[in-house]
Design a protein around this ligand. Sequence first.
Ligand code: FES
Length: 125
Amino acid sequence: MYNEKVMEFFMNPKNIGEIENPDGVGEVGNPRCGDIMRITIKVEDDRLVDVKFKTFGCAAAIATSSMITEMAVGKTIKEALALTNRSVADALDGLPPIKMHCSNLAADALHAAIKDYQEKSRLGV
Ligand code: FES
């Protein structure tokens, strides 16, 4: 049911793990299936220099997590915030309709990590 690109990102995911002393952490859960996605980011000069993920979920959740880390690295905060579930799914050449909710998690987790970073910067921590 998955296309080749999704399978490739699922079988050989990039950027798995957790950044030590991250600048931001985002964690979202999918209430429909109970899966969890955690993204950690490192930011330098308003740019994402490292993005890693830890996901407990289905193949689509792993593939979308991996894809969003690849898409986000090197982007400015503003550009990264413009990434959506749709752009992740498109970059994977599409997801089965029943799995579209999974790609929402990837963008949400990244945005949550950026918000965490922005909040910490605002508070000076
Ligand atoms: Fe849980 Fe896809 S079924 S994230």
